[in-house]
Each structure stands twice: as C-alpha cells, then as structure tokens.
Design a protein around this ligand. Structure first.
Ligand SMILES: Nc1nc2c(c(=O)[nH]1)N(C=O)[C@@H](CNc1ccc(C(=O)N[C@@H](CCC(=O)O)C(=O)O)cc1)CN2
Ligand SMILES: Nc1nc2c(ncn2[C@@H]2O[C@H](COP(=O)(O)OP(=O)(O)OP(=O)(O)O)[C@@H](O)[C@H]2O)c(=O)[nH]1
Ligand SMILES: [Mg+2]
Length: 464
C-alpha cells in the first residue's frame, strides 16, 4: 500500500543543534532530493546508490549552496516506513532546516502530519498497530520503568503473547463454521476437548494482560501517592523536600494548602506522582472544605497514601495517634498507608524511641531538615512490585489495548459458557468471531477505522 505523495518533516527537535535530520518518505523521495543535491564525487547519483548508504554533498538551490550535508538512502521496502526514504543530515541551524524543508515543499513534497512516518510503517506492514503506538511511548518515556515497558511493547509484547493463541482460535472458528455447513448431519470437526483447553488458555492470558494494566498505567503516568494529614503537620514541606523545589506554599498557618498540588519524581527508575493536599479538619470555611473533599478524592484515587502526623503532638498517655491512624486505615481499607511522624527534629532521642515503640511501622522524618526522606523513598520503591519488569513480562499500558482485551475476554467468556451449556454451535461461533475481532483490533489486523488511526497517530509528534 504505497502512498503516492512524498512527505517531509524535521526528524530532530527544531532549534539549534550540532546537526539536524530532515526526513522524506514516499515514492519520489530519491528523485526529489536528487534534483537539488550535488555529490562531492563527479557523476555520482543517488538513484544509482544501494539502500542503506550515506553520501556527502551539497544541497543546492538555483546554484547557490544551502548547506553541506550527508544524505542517507533507504530503498523501498527496506526502510522505516517501507517506502523510499531519504534522510538529510544538515548543520543544525534553524535557518538551514527551514530553507531545506521549504525547498523540497516547493519541489513537490508535502509536510508530514503527526505520526505519519510511523502510520506509513504500519500501513506498509513494517509493524503492527500496537507496535506503532509503542513508538510514541518510547519517545515519551521518562523513567527506566516506562522506557522498559514501551520498548518491550515496541518489540511486539502483546502481539507475541496473543499471536499463537489467536491463530489456533482462528483454526477452530473455521472448523466450527464448517460443522455448520453440515448442520443436518451430526458431525464434529472441531475437537471439543482441545477447544475447551484453548479457551481456558486464552482466558488465562487475557486475564493476566488485563491485570497488568493498573500497574502498567500507574508506572507510565507515575504512581499516584497522596500526602494527607491534619493541617500544619508539614505535608507541603514534605512535597517540597521530595521535589527539591519550592512547589507548594508552606506556612505556620493551619489550612494553607487549599487546592491539591502535584508533581512527578523518579525514584530508582520508577515515576511517582506526589499529591499534596489540604489539611483535614472540621471547618466552616467553604473553600477549605472543598479542598478537604478533594483531599479525600485524591487519596481515593491514589495507589499509595502517605499519612503524616506531627510528632510534637505525641503524648504517650493518650492513644490519640493510634485512633487517628486506625481511622485513616479503615477509611482506605484497600490502600497501602505509610504512616509518618514528621518534625522529629523537635524531639528528644528518648521521645523518638518511645514513639517508635508505641506505633508499629512508623517512619520518623523531618521534612524541614531532610532527615528520614531517603527511608521513605526506599519504602515507596519496596512497595512497588517491579518484579514484572525485570522478568520482561508484557505489561499493558495503553487504554485502547486494555479496552480491546476486556472486550475479547467478555467474548471468550461467552464462548466458554456456550460450551458448558452445550448451546448450539452457531451461537458461540458468533462469539468466537467477536473475540477474534477484538484481538485483531489490538494489532490492527482487522480493518481499522480511518478515524481511529487518525486519532492514534495525532498524539505523535511531527516527524515521527
Ligand atoms: N537515522 C535514523 N535513526 C533512527 C530511525 C530512523 O528512521 N532514522 N528510527 C526510526 O524510528 C529508529 C530506528 N528504526 C528503524 C527501523 C527500521 C529501519 C530500516 O531501514 N529497516 C529496513 C532495513 C533493515 C535492514 O535490512 O537493515 C527494513 O525493515 O526492511 C530503519 C530504522 C531510531 N533511529
Ligand atoms: N520543626 C519542623 N517544622 C516543620 C517541619 N515540617 C514542616 N514544618 C513547619 O510546619 C509548618 C506547617 O508546614 P506545612 O508544610 O505548610 O504544613 P501542611 O501540612 O502543608 O499544612 P496545611 O497546608 O495547612 O494543611 C510550617 O511552619 C513548617 O515550616 C519539620 O520537619 N520540622
Ligand atoms: Mg500544605
């Protein structure tokens, strides 16, 4: 499916750099560049050169030399897009970049849309849709964890997990449909025992992939950690200390933070998104109470909760702290709650020891003096199960894939029910097709809607 127009875009960031790469893809890429390229070698022409070769010369426009460049040639189908591709490595000046692009736009190229090079790679079967989508994730990845998940996906993660099972399901679909053609006679081409085994196996793999999404999504976007506690306990100070930046306003006035403030921090290769919230207390202030409501919402949506208490207020005669901690833990029964006693710089050593023995698993910290913060960080990374990452397992991070996997699971569950209830074959053969369709949507094997493709690639940057 070779597109007949030739597209051009800057492949490197716009702005000044040592060199910049301008990429052209399409049937006419080589002749278009050829007409304005002069090799330093006499009588050397790009059209005669082998694929994957590099050539030194000048880009010329009406005999004036725009730049000395290196031109790389990739010949259809051996290129990133599967089309003829030419890359021009020029000097990294904004002026030169623009002059060269403008020159080739005049000579018959068209400016590429976002993600169009990768879209062409998909349309020319250089990669499947899930791999093409992962290209954007690779570019966007900002932590070791998100990078690893994206690379795994770009190399065909989900596709490889499902390819074999999908092929087997397709075979069964064909056999079962064949039985339907002989509906008068009592024939069974598809081995029911084997078919049941396959359905169980598919269900198992789908569930594993679906389950990986909450982890994958959190890893990709940063694991949300809500910092909550009473006013003035030092939540905003802790956020600032973690980020090493005066992000949130800190003051001795209780009720300083109103709106939730968040930012990302990468700890040991994993992105965490820390959310500082309004201090929780009874209040008649309308704005403050909206902030408190929001604090609860943030905690509800967070993966982890950091609950801060003011170590100063600890009084060993009163089990008030313990009640407070229990209240928070029962308010968020399914979440991991890390309890932190802040402001330990104001405590005597004996008081610290007492605090630690009275409250289990307490992290002692001084947000102001930056003590105990490393312990908190290592506690956080311990809580994140990155075992899946080191095992190179496929982790679903894309919500489109997640949705398709859920749809496929729903369909295969109907198939399973159909077999158990021994309903007529024609009914569950529809569910088998349905399952195949959803699995195909992930890789783009089924006729994917133009709009869906447009939507997927619109999230890319130009030149990718
Ligand atoms: N200069 C440059 N660097 C780049 C890219 C690019 O397009 N250009 N890439 C773009 O993202 C990535 C590399 N991906 C690529 C994937 C395939 C082919 C390619 O030419 N494939 C051919 C030939 C393979 C061979 O035989 O060596 C093919 O698949 O047939 C090129 C780049 C990252 N670095
Ligand atoms: N001594 C000491 N003071 C601290 C520490 N952390 C915060 N403080 C002080 O406690 C006061 C309140 O700090 P904030 O960070 O604004 O507290 P907050 O929990 O965000 O308060 P609200 O936004 O009102 O809920 C400020 O005066 C801080 O300087 C600490 O570790 N030690
Ligand atoms: Mg605050």
């Amino acid at each position: 499916m070779i597109q007949n127009d030739t597209i051009i875009a800057l492949a490197t960031p716009s702005g000044v750099g040592a060199i910049s790469v301008i990429r052209l893809s399409g049937e006419q890429a080589i002749p278009i560049v050829e007409a304005n390229f002069k090799s330093i070698q006499k009588n050397k022409y790009l059209k005669d050169q082998k694929t994957h070769t590099i050539h030194l010369g000048h880009i010329v426009d009406n005999k004036s030399v725009l730049d000395e460049v290196l031109v790389s040639i990739f010949k259809n189908p051996k290129s990133y897009t599967g089309e003829n591709v030419v890359e021009i490595s020029c000097h990294g000046s904004s002026f030169i970049q623009q002059e060269i692009i403008q020159l080739f736009l005049r000579k018959g190229c068209r400016m590429a849309n976002n993600g169009e090079f990768t879209m062409r790679a998909f349309l020319n079967a250089k990669m499947d849709l899930s791999q093409a989508e992962a290209v954007a994730d690779v570019i966007a990845s900002n932590s070791a964890a998100s990078h690893q998940m994206a690379i795994q996906q770009m190399r065909g993660g989900i596709t490889n997990e499902l390819k074999e099972l999908r092929a087997q399901l397709l075979d069964f679909a064909a056999l079962i449909e064949l039985e339907l053609d002989f509906s008068g006679e009592d024939v069974e081409f598809a081995d029911r025992t084997k078919f049941k085994e396959l359905v169980v196996q598919i269900t198992f793999v789908l569930k594993r992939l679906i389950d990986s999404f909450s982890f994958g999504n959190a890893m990709k976007n940063g694991i949300p950690v809500a910092i909550i506690g009473e006013p003035n306990v030092g939540k905003s100070t802790l956020l600032n200390t973690l980020l090493n930046e005066e992000k949130a306003i800190v003051s001795e006035i209780a009720g300083t933070t109103r709106d939730a403030i968040e930012d990302e921090l990468i700890i040991a290769g994993v992105a965490f998104r820390f959310i500082d919230t309004a201090g929780i207390r009874e209040t008649i202030d309308i704005i403050e109470s909206i902030g408190i409501k929001k604090a609860y919402e943030k905690a509800d949506n967070a993966q982890l909760i950091v609950f801060l208490i003011d170590a100063n207020k600890f009084n060993h005669n009163q089990p008030q702290f313990l009640t407070e901690i229990d209240t928070i833990k029962s308010r968020f029964p399914t979440k991991r709650v890390l309890v932190i006693a802040n402001k330990i710089d104001t405590l005597l050593a004996s008081e610290k020891a007492e605090l630690q023995t009275e409250i289990e698993n307490l992290i002692l910290l001084s947000a102001k003096n930056n003590t105990g913060v490393e312990a908190l960080k290592s506690e956080l990374t311990d809580l994140v199960n990155i075992g899946a990452l080191s095992n190179n397992e496929t982790i679903v991070t894309n919500s489109r894939h997640f949705e398709a996997l859920n749809n496929a699971l729903r369909a295969i569950s109907s198939v399973q029910q159909g077999i158990e209830l021994e309903i007529s074959t024609d009914l569950f053969s529809i569910d088998i097709r349905e399952c195949l369709r959803h699995l195909g949507a992930i890789t783009g094997d089924y006729d994917v809607d133009k709009d869906i493709l447009g939507h997927i690639f619109s999230n890319f940057c130009i030149g990718k």
